[in-house]
Design a protein around this ligand. Structure first.
Ligand code: GRF
Length: 194
């Protein structure tokens, strides 16, 4: 069985979707760990309930970026991921980790990349920008992670309609529902090819 490690900084609803897909056998994998950069987030609670080990690693609590990268690398060696999944992770992954796990790290983003991605485009900001630009469609993207935010090769996208009376919240919710289907299906596809 393949191993995956998830990184999450928030409520962890995508993480939960992956947990459920693994528990129901939709994805044939073991989630060997969760890494978060924040102490009290929903993702930790979800890991606890599912019996998944977690580690809180806040880059600012290390002496320097190298120390953080080293600690992260040691942790990943322990959990042996075939695939690393960033599911709402809001800290930068050190370049050394990206090099070590080249084409083995994926991220989910709530827009149709390359639109509305990159530094500063996270959370409701993404949807606010989409609405301000008058887009009639948006969606979500799963892509490989490289050294630049939201820039790596796109693996899959799902489009959703944008309605005239949408707010960032209603649009985010519609997209999130699709994220919960897209992410597990992409994980399964990638693991099948390994
Ligand atoms: C999702 O919208 C994801 O696309 C983005 O961060 C959000 C995480 O939400 N990268 P959740 O913590 O999975 O609910």
């Amino acid at each position: 069985m393949k191993n995956i490690v998830v990184f999450a900084s928030g409520s962890g609803s995508n993480f939960q979707a992956v947990i459920e897909a693994a528990e129901s056998g939709k994805i044939d994998c073991s989630i060997t760990g969760l890494i978060t950069n924040k102490k009290s987030v929903g993702a930790i609670e979800k890991a606890g309930k599912a019996g998944i080990p977690f580690k809180i690693m806040n880059p600012s609590e290390y002496r320097n970026p190298n120390e953080y990268a080293k600690a992260l690398s040691i942790q990943l060696e322990k959990w042996q991921p075939d695939l690393v999944v960033l599911a709402g992770y809001l800290a930068k992954i050190p370049a050394s980790i990206i090099r070590r796990y080249r084409d083995q790290i994926i991220n989910i983003h709530p827009s149709l990349l390359p639109k509305y991605g990159g530094k500063g485009y996270y959370g409701e900001r993404v949807h606010k920008a989409v609405l301000e630009a008058g887009e009639t469609q948006s969606g979500c993207t799963v892509h490989f992670v490289n050294e630049v935010y939201d820039d790596g090769p796109i693996i899959a996208q799902k489009k959703v309609k944008v309605y005239p009376d949408d707010t960032p919240k209603t649009l985010a919710a519609r997209i999130l529902k699709e994220e919960h289907k897209l992410l597990p299906s992409v994980i399964q596809k990638i693991l099948n090819q390994k």
